[in-house]
Design a protein around this ligand. Sequence first.
Ligand code: TYD
Length: 219
Amino acid sequence: MPQGFFLTFEGLDGSGKSTQLRKLAQWLEARGEPFLVTRQPGGTRIGDRIRALLLDSRTEALSPMAELGLMFSDRAQSIAEVIRPALDAGQIVLCDRYTDSTEAYQGGGRQLGSEIVRQLHEVMCGGLDPDLTLLLLPDFRRSLERARRRNHRAVTQSAKDEGRFESEDESFYRRVFDQYCEIARREPLRVVAIESDEEIERIHERIVSIVEARLAHRA
Ligand code: TYD
């Protein structure tokens, strides 16, 4: 049986990572690779409830530590229910956000620091690290504007309100961005940073060549 492969996508809200994840999934499908797509927070029934609590902008006065704990509770459920079984069955797991998001948003953005996030990762995730992380880092300001536009559309066009993070100020997002850069510097083998404002198709091609090379190594 082929070994599973754990691939995560990371980046600021509005960085285009979800679009790239979808395109990569289509590419894997066309190649006939067994794969599964999930996201955090969410991706399980329990996780979807945690997600609603975390992202709803009506959730007020959630302490940063409680937020941190909920992110890891969601992740532990996702590992137990989705990620671990899929990897054990030899599948490629594409996950939209994982522990790097917690280090960037709660560690950096909320200023809880990296250390506590790394410690919780060891305990709550059994140290399960991705085989590869694609970190999309287009221009900071463009990401921010896209995220705000998207959130405004979502709030006005549907009943779903997932804007609690998008309403944070620019300095919060600057810290998130800087923490992502720090993670990429610290773990150059696992994390491939794509600092690009090229068009969607060009970035997709770059991602495909990176993933193809890593998958070839897996066997
Ligand atoms: P989502 O709608 O999935 O955003 P995106 O499409 O931009 O990925 O919302 C996830 C939000 O939750 C996003 O603003 C980042 C935040 N988040 C954290 O703060 N910590 C985490 O550990 C994770 C997984 C997400």
